[in-house]
Design a protein around this ligand. Structure first.
Ligand code: SPV
Ligand code: MG
Length: 540
């Protein structure tokens, strides 16, 4: 429901309704959450929360700013305590237009002189406005409002100024005639006698609102029985926060620590909740897909790397130091340079020695009897479904971030990089995974979608197009495909020692396209001690 309509309905509900004071967005939200159907934008408490007096020391535009925060933070209607209307009829009608624009449902003005003073400070010495001038102000306000349901409540200060019941009734009648939607009858007595007397004479002519700050001991039924429309609890949130803040400040000052405070104050999570932090989180999911789409990486590092002999007696290959830091740090840093921050490392041999900061670890405790695919399965189970690209690589391959940029480019579900400069490597006689591709590398291969046909250590030289560099990029879509293929392969007890090339060949056999990106160099497979020397000079 429109806020103006909701407020008008409250005034005319026929039941006694209650609204409560707020002085900023946070307190407005607290009022709404407590169950109140409306909010009183109190002049006293809005000025007080700025640390100034209730004497129109805040400008009306500052009040408006505050109200805007309050209205934005809540769905229930707000009635502003508009003091005397901040000037003449002309100032007041401009105020009405601005209040409507900011989503305020109603305003109350009191028949005193600008700048006003709070009614509880020497109220009986305060001059009242000329009755005709105040009626003109009400009329101007009613003429200015665009929304017929916006309410103007006229506050009669005759009791406060010591003029008595007769003057109060005379003014209420005049203001009603000028178009006011309700009368607020105010009293500074500690008993409700004045407001009850007024209501008795006034009858049910038009809604009457009261502010029982001073006659607080009166049972609420008395107001109900008398037929008042609305009660304003006018300043109690500010007052309760003053007591709480004074207590807390004194205690922290005296104790110089927070131990005895912590359990007595709202947690920061409660602040976040009131601020609507959850809504922002959900909006980020809708509007910031890139924030979630950062790729992730899996580093297979469960094996010891026996060929490095004594160097791997007390730590796995991935923790051998190169240029002052472990091999794993070099690899992680290269991933980070390419924007890949979520990195899952599969540990096995001497797992406790693998402890580079900032990485996720999963363990393949059966590393001695199983192969790379069992390790990969541990990593995929950990990642569940990342919904992003994933790069799988080895813990003994260092590389330039350029490789990751190459892998990122194509949109295919599976992409591998293949080193076209393979012949020298082949001639050294070292073990490697050779690639058979749909097209050999050539000058015009850039415009061709090259596909991988098969990889393995057993491929004849005559059929070789390059050397697989140990990288497999899997798209978000490919993640499920690879997981299914992996589960199927590993369901056979004879397959526990299978390696990455076995999985890639299975993907191809299942009809998936594995895209090949040819490149030369920019990587180094560390198998032997001489590779460590070369690694020291490698530039990521
Ligand atoms: C206010 O809340 O600012 C009011 C009510 O005007 S009272 O302070 O009781 O006058
Ligand atoms: Mg006030």
């Amino acid at each position: 429901m429109k806020k103006t309509r909701a407020f008008r309905a409250l005034l005319r509900s026929g039941d006694l309704e209650f609204i409560c004071e707020a002085h900023n967005g946070l307190s407005a939200k607290i009022v709404e959450e407590a169950g109140f159907k409306g909010i009183w934008g109190s002049g006293l408490t809005i000025s007080a929360q700025y640390g100034v007096r209730d004497n129109n020391e805040t400008s009306w535009t500052q009040v408006l700013e505050t109200l805007e925060f309050m209205a934005d933070a809540t769905n229930v209607p707000i009635m502003l305590d508009g003091d005397t209307g901040y000037g003449s009829f002309n100032n007041f009608r401009r105020l009405i237009r601005k209040l409507e624009q900011r989503g305020v449902a109603a305003v109350c003005i009191e028949d005193k002189i600008f700048p006003k003073t709070n009614s509880f400070i020497s109220g009986d010495t305060q001059p009242l406005a000329d009755i005709h001038e105040f009626c003109g102000k009400i009329q101007a306000g009613k003429d200015a409002q665009q929304d017929d349901e916006f309410c103007i409540v006229a506050r009669v200060e005759a009791f406060i100024a010591g003029w008595g019941l007769g003057e109060a009734l005379r003014r209420a009648e005049a203001y009603h005639g000028a178009g006011a939607d309700a009368i607020l009858i105010h009293s500074a007595l500690s008993v409700p006698d004045e407001v009850l007397a007024f209501k008795k004479e006034w009858g049910d002519r038009y809604p009457v609102v009261i502010v029982p700050t001073k006659y607080y001991a009166t049972p609420t039924e008395a107001y109900e029985d008398c037929g008042f429309s609305m009660v304003i609890w006018a300043n109690h949130l500010l007052r309760s926060s003053i007591s709480a803040m004074q207590r807390t400040a004194k205690q922290i000052y005296a104790e110089q620590n927070l131990m005895s405070i912590e359990d007595n104050v709202a947690g920061v999570d409660e602040i976040f909740r009131l601020q609507g932090a959850q809504e922002l989180k959900e909006a980020e999911k809708r509007y910031l897909p890139s924030a979630e789409k950062a790729p992730c990486a899996v580093i297979l590092a469960a094996s010891r790397g026996k060929d490095l002999g004594a160097l791997t007696e007390d730590k796995p290959k991935v923790m051998i130091e190169i240029a002052g830091k472990p091999l794993l740090s070099h690899i992680a840093e290269t991933y980070n340079l390419a924007g890949i921050k979520k990195i899952v490392v599969v540990r096995g041999y001497m797992k406790h020695a693998v402890d580079v900061q900032g990485l996720d670890y999963v363990d393949n405790d059966r590393y001695e009897s199983t192969g790379e695919l069992v390790s990969l399965k541990h990593a995929l189970d950990h990642l569940e479904d990342p919904g992003t690209d994933m790069v799988v690589s080895y813990g003994d391959v260092i590389f330039n971030k350029y490789i990751l940029y190459l892998l990122k480019e194509p949109g295919d579900d599976f992409v591998v990089t293949v080193d076209a400069d393979w012949l020298n490597s082949r001639n050294t006689g070292r073990e490697a995974d050779w690639a058979v591709c749909s097209h050999p590398n050539s000058r015009d291969v850039f415009s061709t979608n090259v596909r991988l046909m098969r990889i393995g250590g057993d491929i004849q030289e005559a059929n070789t197009h390059g050397e697989w560099m140990g990288f497999l990029k899997v798209s978000a879509n490919g993640f499920t495909i690879i997981k299914t293929a992996l589960d199927e392969l590993l369901s056979d007890p004879n397959n526990q020692q299978l390696k990455m090339p076995d999985l890639i060949n299975t993907l191809i056999e299942n009809g998936n396209i594995v895209r090949v990106i040819y490149t030369t160099g920019h990587w180094l497979d560390i198998d032997a001690v001489q590779d460590l020397v070369a690694a020291g000079n490698f530039n990521a």
